[in-house]
Design a protein around this ligand. Structure first.
Ligand SMILES: Cc1cc2nc3c(=O)[nH]c(=O)nc-3n(C[C@H](O)[C@H](O)[C@H](O)COP(=O)(O)OP(=O)(O)OC[C@H]3O[C@@H](n4cnc5c(N)ncnc54)[C@H](O)[C@@H]3O)c2cc1C
Length: 397
């Protein structure tokens, strides 16, 4: 596997073990079937519990069953999972960084005990509801509301101490198979209308989760809507320790960190497929890898992947020291996903006609990268975050 500047030589024993375990899992459990799942538009749901058993959901958290592994180990895990498929890494990212992390960071003791072990083992599936049909890049304009039940008299509130939620979330990874949705909504009973996080069980009355069909990217992943129609949620299900956009944004920083690593895995898988193909495939009487044009492509691919790997490893060091800034994560997400998107295309090209099939990974990774380039902050939005950080001038509006 490509590790051109020997970064893996510095891994400790636990990091190696996690990398090897995830790599083996991907080789045995993901790779053989993932092409079929991609073609059929299905997620391999049998892997949800297996990934829990292997400790793949938020192992970098501390307590409640999580072993608190290093940020490098967590990053390597994301890298290996995304070398399998972005849908597999998305499952682990959503469950870990977008649902378990906020419960651990902002939840009540009762919420932590109720949900963290169940999510960590994969016995429960979580999803993260931020995006709305009219508000994607600008989630602070969200329209979903939560009103104290006693303020919304006559609307079917059966829990006087609860909230009534109304609104629609869309493009929500795992929504149709989730037991728990972390829904971000405006607290309409508070004069400041702050955004707060609500733990919504998806089997509650007034909650529906429809699958979104017709995706040409991230096909081996379930994506859906969450419709909230006078859904009553007990007050005990509000995340008590956060309000405002800091809540969802801090989760996104965690998930984007994983994506910066994951994209390297997808690109590396494309590179390995292209390198193998280039040495096996003969044209004009010799392997295509013997032609200078193809060697230049491999050289560029290896260089771009290596520089992205270096950035990911540096991020891990900063995160471990608690010095990582969200803008640095934006830079890595932006750079590494663009790199993976571009290099997947080059790999696809090197495989000729075979490159457009699910028999080989590059086209599947390339299609997935269109989503990864867009979710968790589009490439453009990360440009604007960096632009603001570099100039002090906001250019979003
Ligand atoms: C498969 C998939 C899974 C997803 N999973 C989740 C999930 O689990 N939870 C969740 O909450 N969301 C999820 N999303 C939603 C994702 O985060 C949004 O799609 C993303 O934030 C972009 O929002 P949008 O699609 O509404 O695009 P828009 O915000 O409408 O953007 C359209 C285009 O305009 C550009 N643009 C927007 N604003 C500006 C600006 N100020 N300056 C310059 N250009 C701008 C964008 O870069 C983009 O190119 C998922 C999306 C996909 C495709």
């Amino acid at each position: 596997m490509l590790d051109y500047v020997g970064l893996e030589a510095d891994l400790d024993e636990e990091e190696r073990l996690i990398r090897d375990t995830a790599r083996e899992f991907v080789a045995d459990r993901v790779k053989p079937e993932i092409g079929d799942h991609f073609e059929n538009g299905t997620f391999p749901e049998e892997l949800i519990g297996e990934m829990g058993d292997m400790g793949f959901y938020a192992p970098n958290l501390e307590g409640y069953g999580s072993p608190n592994v290093t940020e490098t180990a967590y990053g390597l895990l994301m890298q290996e999972l995304e070398a399998g498929d972005s849908g597999i890494r998305s499952m682990a990212s959503v469950q870990g960084a977008l649902v378990m992390y906020p419960i651990r960071a902002f939840g009540s003791e009762e919420q932590k005990e109720r949900w963290l072990p169940a999510l960590g083992s994969g016995d429960a599936v979580g999803c993260f509801g931020l995006t709305e049909p009219e508000h994607g890049s600008d989630p602070a304009s969200m329209e979903t509301t939560a009103e104290r039940a006693d303020d919304s008299a006559g609307r079917g509130a059966d829990d006087a101490d609860g909230y009534v939620l109304n609104g629609t979330k869309t493009w929500i990874t795992n929504a149709p198979i989730a037991d728990l949705a972390l829904v971000w909504a405006r607290d309409a009973s508070d004069p400041d209308r702050p955004i707060r996080g609500f733990l919504v069980k998806t089997d509650r009355e007034g909650v529906t989760t429809n699958e979104i069909d017709g995706k040409l990217s991230m096909r081996a992943s379930v994506t859906g809507e969450i419709a909230l129609d006078d859904a009553v949620v007990p007050a005990a299900n509000v995340l008590p320790d956060v309000s405002g956009m800091k809540g969802p944004l801090s989760c996104l920083t965690q998930a984007r960190y994983g994506i910066a690593w994951g994209a390297v895995g997808a690109a590396r898988d494309c590179f390995e497929a292209a390198r193998e193909y280039a040495t096996d495939r003969d044209q004009f009487g010799k392997p295509i890898g013997g032609f200078q044009l193809q060697q230049e492509k491999l050289a560029e691919m290896a260089t771009r992947i290596t520089t992205a790997q270096l950035l990911a490893h540096r991020l891990a060091e900063l995160k471990e020291r608690d010095e990582l800034r969200p803008q640095q994560v934006s830079m890595a997400k932006r750079n590494n996903v663009r790199m993976a998107r571009e290099q997947a295309r080059v790999a696809r090209e090197m495989l000729g006609g075979n490159g457009i099939t699910t028999d080989y990974p590059p086209m599947r990774h390339l299609a997935n990268m269109e989503t990864v380039y867009t979710y968790e902050g589009t490439h453009d939005i990360h440009s604007l975050i960096l632009g603001e950080d570099l100039t002090g001038i906001v250019a979003f509006e």
